[in-house]
Design a protein around this ligand. Structure first.
Ligand SMILES: CC(C)(COP(=O)(O)OP(=O)(O)OC[C@H]1O[C@@H](n2cnc3c(N)ncnc32)[C@H](O)[C@@H]1OP(=O)(O)O)[C@@H](O)C(=O)NCCC(=O)NCCSC(=O)C[C@H](O)C(=O)O
Ligand code: MG
Length: 283
């Protein structure tokens, strides 16, 4: 399932917090994950479903993609969450702790044709990433780096070295199947510099965007996952240079001392298309 839309900033909002649910209607995020899982306390689980249904019925979220994260099926809330979420008009439903394609089969039995997203956050999920990515209903993967770090008993490192194998496997699985792939959250929500470093690493690896926990993280993330002015300018020059040599019957141009072939031109066109898609979304 391929999805062509900007997903630079994907903000979690606890479904239990009406004020945050309202605030998101004015935030420049590309997507929202309405969370019934970890951001909601056990005592609030049942009530949160009704609060979320009411917020989504009112809508007002504009062109932002709407994803609902339910609780896992081995919890007391998972099945009822899925049944309720299927009626809320979301663009996709996100299942936590997906460890095999069978987890998605169980959800799809309830949600029918609604696209599914998978939280990739267990060691088994990393090993089975390829078969999870190939599930016919799967549209997106989201890294759950907190749960993954917990399960792997890693120590935190700014370069995320202990998580790199899992991150890389999930990027490969998503790309091989045309799925969206969104990076995990950066917990220190007041640390813009650290967030930028992690966004840049995610973008370098091929992630489409990053999940966020606080509105303060939106601008840094949107900038990091948007093509920069320099990238846009280079893309235009590459296309122009290639068109010129192609007109003379050649297949290789040179820009800034580097070769430009048709595959580089495809990437350059993708860059320009992304700029247009961002402009259309934010207009
Ligand atoms: C982290 C927070 C608990 C901080 O909350 P708070 O102290 O209320 O923040 P502020 O006072 O700075 O808030 C300022 C205003 O912004 C609104 N707000 C805050 N957070 C959000 C949000 N996520 N979405 C929308 N709006 C938000 C406040 O309402 C204030 O508004 P106003 O009063 O009108 O000015 C809190 O940010 C929070 O709860 N964040 C979400 C945490 C969360 O979702 N956690 C679960 C997802 S992460 C995860 O599960 C990871 C994954 O599974 C893994 O394994 O890694
Ligand atoms: Mg998690």
């Amino acid at each position: 399932m391929t999805l062509a839309r900007p997903l630079r900033s994907v903000l979690y909002i606890p479904a239990s917090k009406p004020r945050a649910l309202d605030k998101a209607r004015g935030l420049p995020v590309d997507a929202i994950i309405f969370d019934l899982e970890d951001a909601v306390s056990v005592d609030e689980k049942e009530a949160s479903r009704a609060i979320l249904a009411e917020a989504l019925a009112q809508d007002g979220y504009g062109g932002r993609m709407k994803v609902i994260r339910i609780n896992a099926f081995d919890t007391p809330w998972g099945k009822a969450d899925a049944e309720a979420a299927a009626k809320m008009g979301a663009d996709a439903i996100l299942l936590p702790k997906v460890s095999s394609p069978a987890d998605l089969d169980a959800l799809a039995e309830i949600t029918g044709d609604i696209p599914l997203w998978a939280m990739m956050e267990t060691p088994a999920g990393m090993i089975n990433a390829a078969s999870i990515g190939a599930h016919p209903k799967l549209q997106g993967m989201v890294m759950g780096t907190n749960d993954l770090a917990k399960e792997l008993q890693t120590r935190h490192r700014a370069d995320r070295l202990p998580l790199q194998a899992g991150l890389g496997l999930c990027v490969l699985a998503a790309k091989a199947n045309g799925c969206v792939i969104i990076d995990g959250v950066y917990n220190a929500f007041k640390d813009d510099d650290g967030l930028k470093v992690e966004c840049d690493q995610g973008r370098d690896m091929g992630f489409d965007g990053k999940t966020l926990i606080h509105p303060a993280q939106v601008d840094v993330t949107n900038t990091a996952f948007s093509p920069s002015d320099a990238e846009v300018e280079l893309a235009r020059r590459q296309i122009e240079a290639f068109n010129e040599v192609e007109a003379t019957g050649q297949g290789v141009a040179v820009v800034d001392g580097k070769i430009v072939e048709n595959l580089h031109v495809a990437t350059a066109r993708d860059t320009l298309a992304k700029v247009e898609a961002i402009a259309a979304l934010t207009a």
